[in-house]
Design a protein around this ligand. Structure first.
Ligand code: ASP
Ligand code: MG
Length: 408
């Protein structure tokens, strides 16, 4: 007997029919003798609908009221799924985040889970009841309803799995696992049987939106065994997120190609090269709550250098405004910027033991005449910034160059 946490996303509970199908799957697992905790998202489109509604009333909705409202989507699905389970003769009980005692900080719309008092749920599990918990929400210490940010139900699932020391946390979604890249761009993309936690973290942060990144961090911290599966298929093993590189297995050099079109690039030209300059530029940017991603500083000529970095596109204009006085103050020559860029990355723990990954990547892009504007690397990742219009081409040729369509 195992304790399994299953999380179903919005499309998986998008209609009464879909909810019945989820109930049948849960019932099958239950019939095998397992204890089940099921976390659900709101029905597909519901969260967007609620957000749009709020914005009709307040341009910037009050965060506390926003959470009270947007958390209702999940409250609907927990009850509906419990009903569907009862119809199948399975004992079930629904819990909102607060009822499940998911305590968060008070940061409305992007709260973090602090603790979960799982005793009450354990009581239900012990008597054979399926526990159905609303994803994406909790309460702060004053009892206010909070939400965990878009995609937050993944984090609820993983956090419950951690608190209950579950044997596995299964994330059911509309894709059947984690792919070598987006199959809409590369039809030959392959499902990975396993991906390491570190690779998953890179891919999630690089824009592969299978899992909310916070949920991956959570799984890493508490060593939750995590699996991504399709709710549209009867069977299938999905992708298991592993913690260790499997010993004795021939490791591919690269596991996947990720890309992201959410960034913008800013270059400050003719910056006097002296100690403290990076801080003078990026200090105010950080103070403005803007996250900086890639940073490149050139070798200086005659005491002058160029300084480039990328930010999220939604912070682009704000960052330019922050920089205006800074550029004047440090007497730089000017600013060049653009948001028609894309970041394309190759990711793989195999990179640690394979040489020549970077040169293969750069040669492949060169052969297509794609100019690399910035480069950054980590132990298991090489990212380049290129012109946005070449994103799909770059992803396709790199996927081929690293032989990712071939099974390992
Ligand atoms: N319903 C929320 C959203 O759409 C949370 C989730 O689905 O994970 O972002
Ligand atoms: Mg999701």
């Amino acid at each position: 007997m195992a304790l399994i946490v299953q999380k179903y996303g919005g499309t998986s509970v998008g209609s009464a029919e879909r909810i019945k199908s989820v109930a049948r799957r849960v019932a099958r697992w239950k019939a095998k003798g397992h204890q089940l905790v099921v976390v659900v998202s709101a029905m597909a489109g519901e969260t967007n609908r609620l957000i749009a509604l709020a914005r009709e009333l307040q341009e910037h909705p009050d965060p506390r009221e926003f959470d009270v409202m947007v958390s209702t989507g999940e409250q609907v699905t927990i009850a509906l799924l419990s009903m569907a389970l009862m119809e199948l003769g399975v004992r079930a009980r629904s819990y909102t985040g607060g009822q499940a005692r998911i305590l968060t900080d008070g940061a409305h719309t992007k709260a973090r889970i602090i603790s979960i008092d799982e005793q009450r749920l354990r009581g239900d599990l012990a008597e054979g009841t399926v526990v159905v918990v609303a994803g994406f929400q909790g309460v702060d210490e004053r009892g206010n309803i909070t939400t965990l940010g878009r995609g937050g139900s993944d984090t609820t699932g993983v956090a419950l799995a951690a608190a209950l020391k579950a044997d596995e946390c299964q994330i059911y979604t509309d894709v059947d696992g984690v792919y070598t890249t987006d199959p809409r761009i590369v039809p030959e993309a392959r499902r990975l049987k396993t991906v390491t936690f570190e690779e998953m973290l890179e891919m999630a942060s690089l824009g592969s939106k299978v899992l909310q990144i916070r949920s991956v961090e959570f799984a890493g911290r508490y060593r939750v065994r995590l699996r991504v599966l399709s709710s549209f298929e009867e069977e299938g093993e999905g992708t298991l997120i592993t913690f260790e590189e499997e010993p004795n297995m021939e490791q591919a050099s690269i596991s996947g190609i990720a890309f992201n079109r959410d960034e913008a690039k800013i270059t400050i030209l003719g910056v006097p090269d002296r100690p403290g300059i990076a801080y003078q530029i990026l200090g105010p940017v950080g103070d403005g709550n803007v996250d900086v991603d890639m940073i490149v500083q050139n070798v200086s000529h005659d005491g002058m250098t160029d300084f480039s970095f990328t930010v999220h596109r939604s912070d682009f204009q704000k960052t330019l405004r922050i920089l205006e006085p800074v550029v004047r103050h440090i007497k730089a020559r000017g600013v060049e910027s653009g948001d028609k860029i894309a970041k394309v990355s190759v990711v793989g723990v195999g990179m640690r033991s394979h040489a020549g990954i970077a040169s293969t990547m750069f040669r492949t892009l060169a052969e297509e005449g794609i100019n690399i504007e910035m480069i950054s690397t980590s132990e298991i990742k090489i990212s380049v910034v290129i012109d946005e219009k070449y994103t799909e081409l770059a992803v396709r040729v790199l996927h081929k160059a690293f032989g990712l369509e071939q099974p390992v």
